[in-house]
Design a protein around this ligand. Structure first.
Ligand code: PHE
Ligand code: FE
Length: 297
């Protein structure tokens, strides 16, 4: 951060015996567009072009519409400020730049107020195909286009409000699984066929193919409590993907108060990432080929 960025990011001063010291908002910074190198812009361009080319026929239309509505192109790393002008007009969402992951409660509070945290830095050229931490490409390319969709945006805001409420209820694991299997790795059935809406898939070349084309993973119908019981993988492609019919279904299924849901779930065992139960709506029964036995989170 430059000195002026730091000044703008300062939220208050604390008077101490050493004089006044600045206090910063937790994790939130300003995007310093001048700090990006040509290499950074090239990494964006390479990843953008690769994904943009393979996503028609794979990603849902709402995602491609969002890229267009927000004028997100390949040339350079997009400006948060410019995107915010368009995004706020569309749905009232706003991006805030962050250094990385935020504490749960800060994350929930941002979403509840229609602010989406986006990592300001981008991966290095040697990390093009895989990076374990979310970077700008994952956060911006993967997540931001759907913020331009009113129903998906409302779902994410409700998720944030639900998270604020759940903090203290011992329910964060349930909400984390829901986020994982929808916002990050969700699939959607459309009249044209099965499509991707999860950001973790949309920002990954390998998983954009694997999630739809591989016979190894399960494709199961969205069911709220079922998903909230399902463990997941953070070190490999998913062993199960959950399929929604529409964003409206997602919004409606998650609209009721979860307090009784959490109580019911407390008595039920979790499910392995690869599990199928009798009650599942099975679109594809995965072969499980190549699955590691252990390692669910
Ligand atoms: N309806 C949920 C609750 O009462 C809030 C929520 C909405 C949580 C959407 C997740 C997703 O807690
Ligand atoms: Fe993400």
């Amino acid at each position: 951060m430059t000195t002026s960025d730091q000044a703008l990011n300062r939220v208050s001063y604390l008077k101490t015996d050493r004089g006044e010291i600045p206090v910063y908002a937790s994790g939130i910074v300003l995007q310093d567009e001048s700090a990006y190198t040509e290499t950074d812009h090239q990494v964006w361009q390479q990843l953008y072009k690769r994904q943009r080319q393979l996503l028609p026929g794979r990603s849902c239309d709402e995602f491609l519409d969002g890229l267009e509505a927000l004028k997100l192109g390949p040339d350079r790393i997009p400006s948060f400020a410019e995107t915010n002008v368009l995004l706020q007009r569309q749905t009232g969402w706003r991006l805030v730049a962050v250094n990385g992951l935020l504490p749960d409660l800060s994350f929930f509070e941002l979403l509840a107020s229609k602010q989406f945290p986006v990592t300001w830095w981008i991966r290095k050229p040697e990390e093009i195909d895989y990076i374990s931490e979310p970077d700008l490409f994952h956060d911006f390319f993967g997540h931001v286009p759907l913020l331009a969709n009113p129903i998906f945006g409302d779902y994410l805001q409700a998720y944030g409000a639900g998270g604020v409420k759940a903090a203290g209820l011992d329910a964060l694991a349930y909400l984390a699984r829901l986020y994982w299997y929808t916002v990050e790795f969700g699939l959607i059935q459309t009249s044209a066929g099965l499509r991707i809406y999860g950001a973790g898939i949309l920002s990954s070349k390998g998983e954009s193919f694997y999630s739809l084309d591989s016979k190894a993973p399960n494709h199961l119908g969205f069911e709220l409590q079922r998903i909230m019981r399902t463990r997941y993988r953070i070190d490999s492609y998913q062993q199960s993907y959950f399929v929604i019919n529409s964003f409206k279904q997602l919004f409606d299924a998650t609209a009721p108060d979860f307090t009784p849901v959490y109580q019911q779930l407390a008595d039920q065992p979790t499910l392995a990432a690869r599990a199928i139960t009798e009650r599942d709506l099975v679109f594809q029964r995965g072969t499980g080929e190549g699955f590691a036995e252990l390692g669910d989170v």
